[in-house]
Ligand binder design. Structure first.
Ligand code: MN
Ligand code: MG
Length: 659
């Protein structure tokens, strides 16, 4: 058995000068130490690539150092040089998730025989296998099957099937549930031996809800762990020496619960599974994100003692599992293991980003044509807006830049709630302005004129890669949520003139407007909450005339609110949004939902519906600052009377609001 301490020696300690040429090749300890009948096998994992091949952010139309399989590929080349035997595996969510994926799905399309760019890049790198992630189903089964048809490697999934039989082994497969790779393994003495490596793939069964419109009646899913228990013995019978699970599922509870979404830890309990590639959660394992999880060693990278990894997302990291295999009779057993991840970039102390590797030219070249076409796609119209989309007055009135986000979120959550126990409840949507001046300066506003909307405009509407959530809250919590937002405003004295309206310490992203109800904000009342969400005045409320469908909202009413993962899990400390009210965790980013909404609607109408406004205060005025670009819209802002009030510091423009 190897000395555990050896596993933690630095790569430099194993510099080998015996390599040919002048370059020093760093050999992994397992490869260096393997003797006769021992072999080092290195498993490399990419996961949640989401079509990121170029190191490029198509939304902001700029190169970035934090993403891209072309960069991860540099680590792949290094690792192949370091280890005697390697496998390159992808863990799913490769087909959707950036504008290049949308360009192929919505513009170019996939005809029989077409090569999808992410598959082209994966073919270039010589992947050994991949599994299906939940996002593979976003564009429908036909698109998926045409895309995987051109992969030069097997793409497997055991728990999404065309038709269920009496047990998983009797199901009618959509893609092969597993594959057994016959490989030659070189041992420490340079002898080659055959090995049969079993790979089996899993996807969250929740795809049936998330992509119901594409999947209902066409495929069904089973629980991940139950499916594994049925298939793994079959794979062993067929001679698999070791079995690796390609689990497009996060690291969750230690024990199986039927239908669990994040089942990778529970999966490790299945006898016969030797190592687990995890994903779906877009996190890094081993690493502190999973410290303290039951049955998880977040430093060593084990689940129930078995080696596992999670290689971040968008190509940010390469996950690596090292196995020291020992000849055991006719087969092989794992004598030692280690897990790590390799990042492609580093965040410096000043928050700047440094690339740690350079792009591999052959990988870039494999998608160059589609990359160029995607650049053209994000720069040209994909839909039309019948009203200008701007955020100049988002903090003082209902606003089109917030309205469109809520329209898209409501559209999406309505589909997701259909057929659930929450389907009968009213669906509201919470959204806040992200680009609203402040420290960003007087030009830091959304400003898209009526007419064409391009994909890159969506980045303007939704700056953060948040994912969609829905919470179920009471009328009392709804009021509290709105009062938390209304902490943006200073208390206003009736009859006073030109009083400063906005609290500069209150970030715009915490000013949630809730669509689907109507309300007024009474500025004469003290705020219930301070700028950070602490309750200052427990009995106070600024929210008046709160109605749903014309009827007053009472404390015991129930609502579904569409929002994002940040808010729903406690970001900003909002009543009703502290993590315990979540009823839906969407796999889709809010940005994707907006793009889909625009593409499917063709023409959008983001005209604000003035569902909220300030309660009238006769003879009272307030002032606030916005970008000078807002002047052209000032006479058309619904629900408020605005007057220009001169220039303000730093290039901002001052406006007066007559209450
Ligand atoms: Mn993903
Ligand atoms: Mg509205």
């Amino acid at each position: 058995m190897p000395q555990p301490a050896l596993l933690h020696m630095t790569r430099r300690a194993f510099l080998s000068t015996a390599a040919a040429g002048t370059a020093l090749v760093m050999v992994h300890p397992f490869s260096a130490r393997a003797s006769v009948g021992q072999a080092h096998l290195r498993l490399m994992e990419t996961t949640d690539l989401h079509v990121h091949v170029f190191p490029y952010d198509y939304y902001s139309d700029k190169p970035v150092d934090t993403v891209g399989l072309a960069r991860t590929a540099a680590h792949i080349a290094d690792i192949r040089a370091e280890a005697t035997n390697t496998l390159l595996l992808d863990n799913g969510d490769f087909l959707q998730g950036n504008p290049m994926g949308d360009y192929i799905a919505y513009e170019r399309g996939m005809k029989e025989g077409d090569l999808h760019p992410v598959i082209a890049a994966m073919n270039t790198l010589g992947f050994d296998a991949s599994t299906l992630g939940n996002h593979e189903f976003n564009y429908g089964l036909d698109f998926l099957m045409k895309s995987v048809a051109r992969a030069d490697f097997p793409i497997i999934s055991a728990n999404v099937v065309k038709q269920q039989g009496s047990d998983p082994t009797q199901d009618t497969a959509l893609v092969p549930p597993y594959v057994i790779l016959d490989r030659m393994l070189k041992d420490g003495a340079g002898q080659t031996h055959p090995i049969r490596i079993g790979l089996i793939g899993f996807v969250p069964p929740q795809i049936m809800n998330w992509d119901r419109k594409h999947l209902e009646g066409r495929v069904t899913t089973r629980g991940i762990v139950a499916t594994a228990r049925a298939w793994v013995p079959v794979m062993r019978e067929q001679g698999a020496d070791i079995i690796v699970a390609l689990s497009h599922s996060g690291i969750g509870g230690a024990d199986d619960q039927d239908g669990m979404e994040n089942a990778s830890t529970a999966l490790a309990l299945v006898p016969g599974i030797d190592a687990i590639l995890t994903g779906h959660s877009h996190l890094v394992f081993p690493g502190p994100a999973y410290a303290g999880f039951a049955a998880v060693d977040a430093e060593k990278g084990t689940l129930h003692g078995k080696p596992a990894t999670m290689g971040g997302f968008w190509g940010s990291h390469l996950g690596v599992i090292d196995l020291m295999l020992e000849k055991d009779g006719a087969g092989w057993r794992i004598a030692a293991h280690a897990s790590e991840t390799r990042p492609i970039s580093r965040r410096n102390e000043d928050r700047s980003i440094s690339a740690l590797v350079a792009s591999v030219p052959a990988v870039l070249a494999s998608v160059q044509g589609d990359h160029d076409a995607t650049l053209a796609y994000v720069r040209r119209a994909v839909g039309k807006t019948s009203a200008p989309l701007h955020s100049y007055f988002a903090l003082v009135a209902d606003d089109p830049s917030v309205q469109i986000v809520s329209q898209a979120q409501t559209w999406y959550i309505t589909q997701m709630m259909a057929g659930t126990e929450h389907a009968a409840l009213p669906i509201l949507s919470a959204a806040a302005p992200f680009k609203a001046g402040g420290r960003g300066g007087p030009d830091y506003y959304t400003d898209v004129p009526a007419g064409n909307v391009a994909i890159r405009n969506v980045a303007d509407l939704y700056l953060y890669p948040n994912t969609v959530r829905a919470v179920r809250i009471t009328g009392a919590q709804l009021r509290g949520w709105l009062d938390r937002s209304a902490g943006l405003f200073n208390q206003i004295t009736p009859g006073g003139q030109d009083q400063p309206l906005l609290n500069p310490d209150f970030p715009s992203y915490n000013f949630d407007v809730i669509d689907g109800v109507t309300y007024h904000i009474d500025l004469s009342q003290p705020s219930r909450f301070d700028a950070k969400g602490a309750e200052l005045n427990p009995g106070a409320t600024r929210i008046v005339d709160l109605t749903h469908n014309g009827a007053p909202v009472t404390d015991d009413m129930q609502f579904i609110v569409a929002t994002n993962n940040y808010r729903a899990s406690g970001g900003g400390d909002f009543p009703g949004a502290k993590g315990d009210t979540i009823v839906f965790e969407g796999p889709d980013t809010n940005r994707d939902v907006i793009v889909r909404y625009i593409v499917e609607q063709g023409t959008i109408n983001p005209k604000a519906d003035a569902n909220w406004s300030f309660a009238p205060m006769p003879g009272t005025s307030v002032v606030f600052e916005t970008g000078p670009g807002g002047a052209v819209y000032a006479d058309r802002v619904p629900g408020v009377t605005l007057q220009p009030a001169g220039a303000a510091e730093g290039g901002f423009a001052r406006f007066r609001l007559i209450l």
